[in-house]
Design a protein around this ligand. Sequence first.
Ligand code: UDX
Length: 436
Amino acid sequence: MKIAMVGSGYVGLVSGACFADFGHDVVCIDKDQSKIDLLHDGVMPIYEPGLDALVDSNVKSGRLTFTTDLAEGIKDAQAIFIAVGTPSRRGDGHADLTFVYEVAREIGESLSNDAVVVTKSTVPVGTGDEVERILADSGTAHQYAVVSNPEFLREGAAIRDFKQPDRIVIGAEDEFGRNVMREVYRPLFLNESPILFVNRRSSELIKYAANAFLATKITFINEMADLCEQVGANVQDVSRGIGMDNRIGPKFLDAGPGYGGSCFPKDTLALLKTAEDYESPVRIVEAVVAVNDSRKRAMGRKVIEALGGLDAARDKKVAMLGLTFKPNTDDMRDSPAIAVAQTLQDAGVDIAAYDPEGMEQAAPLMPGVTMCTNPYDAIEGADAVAIVTEWDAFRALDLGRVKQLAKAPILVDLRNIYQPDDVRAAGFEYTSIGRD
Ligand code: UDX
């Protein structure tokens, strides 16, 4: 089966490469010539473990190609995916659908065979209806169906998430759409990955509801962590204790500096906008967004406290370890590290930072922060060390060396990756999240 993937960003590229790996013929299309040039040269425009090898083998087998020419790329494709960005619109948080609609118009104008048009981009409820109207307005003589098929890929684990999904959600209004999508996902169907067929609006909402629910779970445990600190409880024990209840489940209960990334912040805001438009408030999600926003700066204040308060913090130096919103990505979007650094800088603190993959992306977002080539360079002469992202490389720091290099043995662990007793036994003043 031939598949066209319009948009070769994170979602488009991972999905396109995985579909090719299933045996489909895939053309990834992007209007950004430099991105397509990079891909032709075998260079990945994004960092995702395993993606380069997957792209390479499928390019070599001839099943995966790249082009900037949409009309040529969608020719003979039975499924045309729209996987372009839907950033938060400046000012109001609505998902910006300009790119989605632009692509839909181009598809309508270029369609040269019957095809299913699939929105994989995260789009608000009702977007599929508008895409359908755009295709109708194009006057195309070919049969088409518009289907919603949201992605649930986690950065850093995207290939596994694609190939072994908890579920595949398909929102289709007719048999033509459902049949083509069955064919697209047949390899996974045979693997017994559950495929859920629902109507298009339900599918569009499932994506937002899933992300909002996960953001809520994280925010809930973050507030419990604050409460733990006040009452002398341990948030990791509380997580385990509630997570063993099958109805709650153990995942997404790690307390930390607040969620970030390309999805949760943007999608929770967009859901609030939909709720507002339909006059059906989602107050829990409103609270989640507000709590998470204020948490990021609060984490900066936690580091300041560890330095001895605002007065003591001025002109001190902090080593920040980890800048990306989570490990195994170079993505800095809405990373808590940005707000932590700003709060520290507002208090007159100097920052030296290290991140295994994110420093290039971080540098323009964190002016005044000195980027170092390894953790120990950042730690040298620091008055405190703050672990902001739980990269594996920070899990087994040589604490003896840290103590020697740092000016003061103060460790603030915003991801709870160390055992308090071990770190204290090594002579550190240790602060973490939601535990003594
Ligand atoms: C998320 C969803 O998981 C994915 O299904 C969706 O398609 C896109 O958004 P991603 O943004 O890649 O994926 O990262 P994820 O692993 O979900 O983490 C999101 C944020 O939550 C990170 O900032 C992470 O540090 C934080 N988090 C996650 C916690 O603070 N605690 C947890 O227990 C889990």
